[in-house]
Design a protein around this ligand. Structure first.
Ligand code: UD1
Length: 427
């Protein structure tokens, strides 16, 4: 298993480019199941989760070619398999995104209940209720979802809670339904809107993308399209927090400032310089860091996917900050590891109090999920001495070439491969 070794403290400085958004790329890949034509996607991040989904799509009869950053996918395969097996789904919860498209185009789908990050129970009841509202028969057996429908029918459905992949799944299914579908209390994340743009380019008729209500006029077939996915606001936000924590000066290219507004506002309140210019979004810090509380919430609230990284930042603030996690339970797994590096954090239920500033020191720590890993990397940047982060396969699921990007910004970071051999980082 690979590890990162980080020598701190260091200061991040320079320009970094956000890769394409993992959470936009995953549904975009799944959307290719809705047509027999070729769909060409670009600005894809080279991350493990996309390789996992590509493997699953290949199992489902989808041919794909390209260099990873650009892929052409074709779900021509007549009579191909319509089951997504446990072995392929268990490592990544987003695999459930194949359910809606397969059901809509092929009339049936059998998909294992997903695994993914260990950050709470994470049910998919809203996905299934939405598909049932569209007329599907849904049965659960032996850990699998079996869904069937000769042709889905337009409907009106209200999500009990805004769910990102749930909205995407039901929206994709509704594009091929007979009649019009109205979805309410939808997730408003930019990645949902990006998927709607792709689907409309494929001939779907979706209105309201980016708002909480979607109107989808069903069509009988979709066609091929070309689409470039949006930049990754979570990856980019992680590097901007890196600038703030390390008293650095980083300009982020390739991500939209509007998508990052909740983080940028918070960083400005904390005393960072935040400028949006032609080159990108610049975050710099020279003075003291003020503690500021955060409550995670669905977009446009503060993203749960940046909570762990923000906690690392608050260990350096002059005073106490309270972090409320409202989206997922069990999303403070980074706390014990941060404390091993010298942080003073008291977590109970969905609330964590971070008492800063703490002089962090390097330690051997273990990554537990994707964003928790990023939190430990940020802490390692400001910790004195060497931090070794084990199990960075979590990080590789969602961050493209993180060690290369960090090294280019001046961090001293190396990847130790399974046998413990350092891999030189190219700048
Ligand atoms: C997506 C993101 C993930 C992010 C999360 C919240 C992808 C591939 N992943 O995950 O990075 O952390 O949004 O921004 O886009 N829920 C239900 N029933 C359901 C579905 C969800 O109760 O059927 C609950 C969940 O338990 C959670 C909340 O709704 O409490 C939000 O989850 P959801 O938006 O579905 O997260 P994902 O789509 O899995």
């Amino acid at each position: 298993m690979d590890k990162f070794r980080i020598q701190g403290p260091s200061r991040l400085q320079g320009i970094v480019r956000a890769s394409g958004a993992k959470n936009a790329a995953l549904p975009a890949l799944a959307a290719c199941l809705l047509t027999g034509d070729e769909v060409t996607l670009s600005n894809l991040p080279r991350v493990q989760d996309l390789r996992t989904l590509r493997r699953l799509l290949a199992h489902l009869g989808v041919e794909s070619s390209g260099d990873g950053e650009t892929l052409t996918l074709s779900a021509r395969g007549e009579g191909s398999l319509d089951d997504a097996p446990y072995e392929m789904v268990k490592t990544m919860r987003a695999s459930v995104l194949v359910l809606g498209p397969m059901l809509a185009r092929r009339g049936r789908a059998r998909v294992s209940l997903p695994g993914g990050c260990a950050i709470g129970v994470r049910p998919i009841d809203q996905h299934l209720l939405g598909l049932e509202a569209l007329g599907a028969t849904v049965r659960l057996d032996h850990g699998y979802v079996n869904a069937e429908a000769a042709r889905l029918r337009g409907t009106r459905f209200r999500f009990a809670t805004p769910t990102v992949t749930g909205t995407e799944n039901v929206m994709m299914a509704a594009t091929l339904a007979e009649g019009t579908t109205r979805l309410e209390n939808c997730a408003r994340e930019p990645e949902v809107a990006d998927l709607a743009r792709l689907l409309n380019a494929m001939g779907a008729r979706i209105a309201g993308a980016g708002t909480d209500t979607l109107e989808i006029e069903g069509v009988s077939a979709l066609h091929g399209a070309r689409h470039s996915v949006i930049g990754d606001r979570i990856e980019g936000g992680t590097y901007l927090i890196g600038a703030a924590i390390s008293r650095g000066d980083v300009t982020l290219a390739g991500a939209a400032a509007t998508d990052l507004a909740p983080l940028l506002e918070k960083l400005a309140e904390c005393g960072c310089t935040v400028d949006v210019g032609a080159q990108g979004i610049r975050v710099a810090r020279s003075g003291a860091l003020r503690p500021r509380d955060v409550i995670t919430a669905p977009h446009p609230g503060f993203p749960t996917d940046l909570q762990a990284q923000y906690m690392a930042l608050m260990t350096q603030a002059e005073g106490m900050a309270t972090l409320h996690e409202t989206v997922f339970e069990n999303r403070f797994q980074h706390v014990p590891e941060l404390m091993r590096m010298g942080a003073d954090v008291r977590a109970e239920g969905g609330t964590a109090r971070v008492y800063g500033p703490s002089a962090l020191s390097g330690a051997a720590v273990m990554a537990t999920d994707l964003r928790a890993s990023a939190c430990l990397v940020l802490a390692g940047l400001v910790a004195a001495g060497s931090t070794e982060i084990d199990r960075i396969y979590h990080l590789d699921r969602g961050y493209e070439a993180m060690e290369t990007k960090l090294a280019a910004l001046g961090a001293r970071v190396e990847r130790l491969t399974g046998a413990g051999t350092p891999v030189p980082v190219e700048h």
